[in-house]
Design a protein around this ligand. Sequence first.
Ligand code: SF4
Length: 319
Amino acid sequence: MAKPKLTLVLASPRGFCAGVERAIEIVERALEKFGPPVYVRHEIVHNRFVVEALEAKGAVFVEELNEVPENVPVIFSAHGVPKTVPAEAENRNLFYLDATCPLVSKVHREAERHHRLGRQILLIGHAGHPEVIGTMGQLPEGSILLVEEIPDAENVEVADPENLAFITQTTLSVDDTAEMIGVLRRRFPLIHGPNKEDICYATTNRQQAVKVIAPDCDALLVVGAPNSSNSQRLVEVARNLGCAKSLLVQRAASIDWSILQGITRLGVTAGASAPELLVEEVIAACRERFDVTIEEITVTAESVRFKLPRVLNETSMAV
Ligand code: SF4
């Protein structure tokens, strides 16, 4: 029997961003340079497939530094860490490498600058996300208030509206964040902050690509992990544009094909921590069931690269 026809509309850019590539390379280069085991505090990036591949090479993932033995290198994840973490590593004389994405570090420096200038800071972000924990942990407790939703922006009480600033998580919905900043600027016209927000180029571009393809698709698959903020936002962006069958899938094996019955145009994208290999797996699974035509829609080209920590390029180094 002939397979039903399906056009796969691939969003571009999709998948790995420069911060994720750098973080993974830091672990791989550390394994080569120092030999296994190399410890990593928290999932280096939010993707089980990536974590398991690094585990197979000798990386050991832990949640806290007290699980790291003496005399092995430890790496901090791309999401950033509170200041107490490197301080604890130094206290214990642990050798550490910081894989915090430079665009997250930039937000940390912004927060410090506002604090130095005596401003109270509102952080737009999601409670409990490691990036938010890391950013709030750059300053003494109470210096940063978290604003998660519009009602928080409407109701947050500040010490002095004339001495106020906002910063944002890097992986938020561009549209929801703009709305929240609008509320803050209306309530506190003198609030300081970035021109738009601190959402990174990769999050912005992946959302933009989904905005272009979603209205023209019957369904959309976002390859990504449930704990990946930027992947979850891609699902929401597509749903907000009327693509109700917008689903997060970890990999091909987790696709519920019954939901995709009868569709002829399927959008595919991937969060910033999802490898292209998993997208290829989804495409192969579609080919098994459908007569597939591929259309790739590119909204912008990306060429961002971040440097590795210098120590990884040095020729010898004892831990
Ligand atoms: S999603 Fe953005 S902030 Fe996060 S690692 Fe990638 S480039 Fe950096």
